[in-house]
Design a protein around this ligand. Structure first.
Ligand SMILES: Cc1cc2nc3c(=O)[nH]c(=O)nc-3n(C[C@H](O)[C@H](O)[C@H](O)COP(=O)(O)OP(=O)(O)OC[C@H]3O[C@@H](n4cnc5c(N)ncnc54)[C@H](O)[C@@H]3O)c2cc1C
Length: 380
C-alpha cells in the first residue's frame, strides 16, 4: 500500500459540491490540497439539480463560466396537492438548472487546473488525528495532512468509523427516506420548478442543461416496502394519485433505462466537528430537498471554511480558534434553515395538511415568499 511522504496542508474527503469548491478555494490560497473521491467524473447523482441563485457569484469565482453554459433560469414555483390544488408563486431570488453530471465534472476540471491533487476512484476508509496531523487510510494508500475536511455527503462509512451520534440506530423514531431521479425530455416550461405532493413524499421537476429535465422525488422507505420494493409499482400506486404527476410520468420521454436511487436518507441534526475533523455540506447537516438549496449550503460552507482558515496550519491555538469560529458561523448561517426545512418536510409529507396549507396560502403570496426566504440566504 502506498504511503506518501508528502504532508498536505488540506485533505478533503468527498468530491461533491462542498469538497470540490473547498479544494479550489484552498488551492487558490496556494495551499497543498488533496481531494479524495470514490467515483470518477462525470457521473450522475440523485439530486433535483435546481440551484438557488445565491450560489451564482461563488460558482463564477470557482472558474465556472455559467454565462457561457446557457442554463435555464428558473423564476416560478408551482406547488400541487393530490386533490388538484395548484399554488403558483414568483421566486424572488430564483435559481438555475444544471445536472450534477455536468457541474461536478466542470468543477473537477477547475480543481485540477488550480493544482489540487484529485484522486478519483479512491475511497477513504479510516481517518485518525494524532500529533497534530491527520492520517487518512484510503483504497489507494495512506495520506497525511495538517487539516482534514469531510464533505462525503449524507451518510457514509466514515460516519460509522467515527461512531457519530446520528448513526446510532433509530433515534427518536425518525423516518428513513429514499431519493429517486430521472432525466427526461418534456414540453415543461423552462422557467418553472414544480413540487408535487403525494402521500409521504414530493416530486420536483425543472429544466437543466442539454435540453433535458430533472424529475426527482423523495419518499419514505416504507412507501417502497409497501409496494414490494418495486419503484414502478410505487409510482403507479402512490405518485399517480396526484393528477399532475400522472400526466408528467406518462407523457415524458425517460432517458435512463433504470431510475437512479439512493436510500438511508435521514434529516436529524449532526455535529460539525469530530476530533478536529471538520465537516461540511450534507455531512454536517442535511437539509430537506423540499427547500431546494442543499447544494448552495454545501458551497457556502466551503467558502466559510476558506475564509476562516488560519495562515499558519501548524499552530494548535489557531486550530482551536478556527474550529470555534467555524461552528459559530455555521450555526448562524444554517441552523434556522435546517430547522424550518424539517418542519416543512413534516407538513408536506401529509396529503391532508398539504391541501389545507396550499388553500390557506393562496390568498397570501407575501407569506409564501417569507416561508421560501426562511430556507435561503443571500449571495456569498
Ligand atoms: C432527492 C434529493 C433531491 C435534492 N434536490 C436538490 C436540489 O434541487 N437543489 C439543491 O440545492 N439540493 C438538492 N438536494 C441536496 C443536495 O444534493 C445536497 O445537499 C448536496 O449534493 C450536498 O453536497 P455535498 O458536497 O455535501 O455532498 P455530495 O454532493 O453528496 O458529495 C459527496 C461526495 O463524497 C463522495 N464520497 C462519499 N463517501 C466517500 C468516501 N468514503 N471516500 C471518498 N469519497 C466519498 C461521494 O461519491 C460524493 O461524490 C437534494 C437531495 C436529495 C436527496
Amino acid at each position: 500500500m502506498r504511503q506518501e511522504n508528502t504532508i498536505y496542508d488540506i485533505a478533503i474527503i468527498g468530491g461533491g459540491l462542498g469538497g470540490l469548491t473547498l479544494a479550489i478555494q484552498c488551492a487558490k490560497q496556494n495551499r497543498k490540497v488533496l481531494l479524495i473521491e470514490k467515483e470518477s467524473y462525470p457521473y450522475h447523482k440523485v439530486c433535483g439539480e435546481y440551484i438557488s441563485n445565491e450560489s451564482w457569484p461563488f460558482l463564477l469565482s470557482c472558474g465556472i463560466n455559467l454565462h457561457e453554459l446557457d442554463l435555464p433560469k428558473i423564476q416560478r414555483l408551482g406547488i400541487t396537492a393530490p386533490n388538484g390544488t395548484y399554488l403558483s408563486h414568483n421566486l424572488a431570488k430564483g435559481g438555475f438548472g444544471i445536472s450534477r453530471f455536468t457541474l461536478d465534472y466542470l468543477l473537477a476540471q477547475q480543481a485540477k487546473l488550480a493544482g489540487v491533487n484529485l484522486l478519483e476512484n479512491c475511497k477513504a476508509t479510516k481517518i485518525e488525528f494524532e500529533n497534530n496531523q491527520f492520517y487518512i487510510q484510503t483504497t489507494q494508500g495512506v495520506f497525511t495532512s495538517k487539516y482534514a475536511f469531510g464533505s462525503y455527503g449524507k451518510k457514509g462509512n466514515l460516519d460509522v468509523q467515527l461512531n457519530r451520534d446520528f448513526v446510532q440506530e433509530k433515534k427518536r423514531g425518525l423516518k428513513n427516506y429514499i431519493g429517486v431521479k430521472y432525466h427526461i425530455q418534456s414540453s415543461f416550461p423552462p422557467d418553472l420548478i414544480e413540487l408535487h405532493n403525494f402521500k409521504d413524499g414530493y416530486c420536483g421537476i425543472s429544466k437543466i442543461d442539454n435540453n433535458q429535465y430533472c424529475l426527482c422525488y423523495l419518499t419514505t422507505e416504507e412507501n417502497l416496502k409497501n409496494n414490494g420494493n418495486n419503484i414502478k409499482a410505487m409510482e403507479e400506486n402512490i405518485l399517480y394519485k396526484n393528477p399532475f404527476l400522472k400526466i408528467l410520468f406518462t407523457q415524458a420521454t425517460f432517458l435512463y433505462k433504470q431510475p437512479l436511487s439512493i436510500s438511508q436518507i435521514r434529516f436529524e441534526p449532526k455535529t460539525q466537528i469530530e476530533n478536529h475533523f471538520v465537516l461540511l455540506g450534507d455531512a454536517a447537516g442535511l437539509i430537506t430537498p423540499l427547500c431546494g438549496n442543499g447544494m448552495s449550503m454545501a458551497m457556502r460552507a466551503a467558502k466559510m471554511v476558506s475564509v476562516l482558515l488560519p495562515a499558519n496550519l501548524d499552530d494548535a491555538n489557531e486550530r482551536a480558534q478556527f474550529e470555534s469560529n467555524y461552528q459559530k458561523e455555521w450555526k448562524k448561517a444554517f441552523k434556522t434553515r435546517l430547522k424550518f426545512g424539517r418542519i416543512f418536510q413534516k407538513l408536506f409529507g401529509s396529503v391532508y395538511i398539504t391541501h389545507l396549507i396550499l388553500n390557506l396560502l393562496k390568498p397570501f403570496p407575501s407569506l409564501l415568499k417569507k416561508l421560501v426566504r426562511l430556507t435561503h440566504g443571500n449571495d456569498f
